[in-house]
Write a protein that binds this ligand. Structure first.
Ligand code: GLN
Length: 543
């Protein structure tokens, strides 16, 4: 029997529900359980693919090509359970499928309603993860209890609790204890009210996890237990972490959360082993030689917009036993003030993915600066496209080289629409998405970093290196070091006359984990260390 854990949130959004869910998943996996993680998002978009990063942070892509919420990235970084199209669903997706069924005549004779049709569809989307190789499903419900949009999801949870065995479903509620500085007190009322809302719907949480900046006193715990009708030992403190989100599982374990969950679900499991994670955290905390990496992007004011990239740099920093600091630079500022004004002194330049023309000239200037000064450069997706434009214009002398995404008919369309995209009109879910194989050319930086010839990486784009310019660029030292064999698409470029100039059409940041850093991020930070003049001997330790 697959067990189901629901994680809901109350009081405010941005409580770190995704991280807490991922941490629970990681703790249960450490106990030998096979876990599948999932997020239910109450908004109406079918997926987050068409939303601006300002709305919802980065769009995270799975191997099978789902465009998902960034919390799915936390799940992948913390756990090893399979992440697929089914790992994230929204109200929009639920309605889309119910309406399609209605049109197909699947409900002939009935009035189609929120209860039971929508709630059944929600329950089916959760139970789709059940199976003989899954011990526990963890479903995080996006949004906050009390939102109108969340109601059908909570109703579906209530029904599932009713239908399942008493020890099959567990409801965990994450809440905030605000600290009032003037009276120096933690307040429990918002938590009481949020649990009250849940109980009105018919859900009695089994476990409360309380986000707090100050330690909880016994008195506070007693009060929450009494007013929220949750046993005292199931009121768990989650204090703010001091240096890394990767501390969260340890915090929760210290409060006995994994034992409690197992007991409530009637599961037995050997004690967990978190040694590798503990070691990783020690390395992270110890730090090392400093390197500064510039991330030149369009959404740098919003940390969530490049979440996986920042995480991957942290992983690479651990692997190299270095202290990476990030200088976030708005590409438009570079275009306005010149690269020197913003990039002087950095040890590496990273240009991430993006859409649209805004900021691209600044990215191109930043790449030129890195190339001319032999500063390690890493381009990702749009970052590769900007690098190709820069090399075409300034190394090959192709004046007017551009991407056909930024200009209607560029004189030299060195980046052009993918053949398969020519007929595509709809914007939602129609890019080249998900994992594709890529063959690496021996002797290149990419080949050396990966240590293998065939790799698989995740994509999300419509435009691509234009093969019509391949020979011309090659004559000027641009190496196509990775190619998608089926269609001969250039997926990685390197520049010969530079110590570390690598750009990729895919998104390596989606596959980096704290204890399995991505080889290109690791290589990039290693090159940045060399550039900074720091010793890199330590880096070989992690290889
Ligand atoms: N806008 C570019 C394209 O669609 C790059 C996409 C990206 O960076 N994810 O090809």
């Amino acid at each position: 029997m697959t067990k189901i854990i629901f994680v809901t949130g109350g009081v405010v959004s941005s409580l770190g529900k995704g991280l807490t869910s991922a941490s629970i998943g990681m703790l249960l996996e450490a106990r030998g359980l096979r876990v599948k993680m999932q997020k239910a998002d109450p908004y109406i978009n079918v997926d987050p693919g068409t939303m601006s990063p300002f709305q919802h942070g980065e769009v995270y892509v799975t191997d099978d090509g789902a465009e998902t919420d960034l919390d799915i990235g936390h799940y992948e970084r913390f756990t090893s359970g399979e992440i697929t199209q089914e790992s994230n669903f929204t109200t929009g997706r639920i309605y889309e499928s119910v309406i399609a069924k209605e049109r197909a005549g699947k409900y002939l004779g009935s009035t189609v309603q929120v209860i039971p049709h929508i709630t059944d569809e929600i329950k089916n989307s959760i139970r789709a993860l059940e199976g003989p190789d899954t011990d526990v499903i963890i479903t995080e419900v996006g949004g906050t209890v009390g939102d109108i949009e969340s109601l059908p999801f909570l109703e579906a949870i209530r029904q599932l609790r009713l239908e399942c065995e008493p020890d099959q479903v567990l409801s965990i509620h994450l809440t905030l204890l605000p600290y009032i500085r003037a009276s120096q007190e933690l307040k429990t009322k918002p938590t009481q009210q949020s649990v009250g809302r849940l109980r009105e719907i018919g859900i009695q949480p089994d476990i409360l996890i309380c986000r707090t900046e100050k330690p909880m006193t016994d008195e506070i715990t007693d009060k929450i237990s009494l007013f929220c009708n949750v046993r005292r030992e199931a009121v768990i403190e989650e204090k703010d972490v001091d240096f890394s989100i990767y501390q969260v599982p340890f915090l929760l374990k210290d409060h006995g959360l994994d034992d409690l969950i197992l007991e409530r679900l009637g599961l037995e499991a050997p004690p967990g082993n978190l040694d590798r994670w503990a070691e990783m955290l020690d390395t992270l905390q110890a730090g090392g030689p400093k390197v500064e990496i510039a991330v030149v992007g369009k959404y740098v004011e919003l940390h969530d917009a490049y979440k996986s990239i920042y995480e991957s740099l942290t992983h690479a920093s651990i692997a190299n036993r270095a202290s990476v600091s990030i200088r976030k630079i708005a590409a438009e500022d570079v275009a306005r003030d010149g690269a020197e004004a913003h990039l002087s002194g950095v040890d590496g330049v990273l240009v991430p993915g993006g859409f649209g023309q805004r900021g691209t000239e600044g990215k191109i200037d930043a790449i030129r600066y890195a190339r001319e000064r032999s500063i390690p450069f890493f381009g990702i997706c749009l970052g590769l496209q900007c690098a190709v434009i820069e090399l075409a214009r300034n190394v090959c002398g192709l004046e007017g080289a551009n991407s056909s995404e930024f200009e209607e008919n560029p004189k030299h369309p060195v980046i052009s629409l993918l053949e398969e995209q020519r007929e595509v009109v709809d914007k939602g879910g129609t890019m080249r998405l998900g994992a594709y194989p890529c063959r690496l050319v021996p002797g290149t930086i990419a080949h050396e970093a990966y240590g293998e010839e065939m790799i698989r990486e995740r994509h999300r784009h419509r435009f691509e290196f234009n093969n019509a310019y391949r020979d011309q660029l090659a004559e000027h030292g641009v190496i196509a070091s990775g190619v998608y064999p089926d269609k001969d698409l250039v997926e990685i470029i390197e520049y010969r006359d530079h110590p570390w100039f690598v750009a990729v059409q895919y998104h390596p940041e989606f596959k980096s984990k704290p204890i399995e850093p991505h080889p290109l991020f690791r290589g990039f930070v290693e090159a940045a260390l060399v550039h900074s003049g720091a010793s890199t001997q330590a880096s070989s330790v992690s290889r």
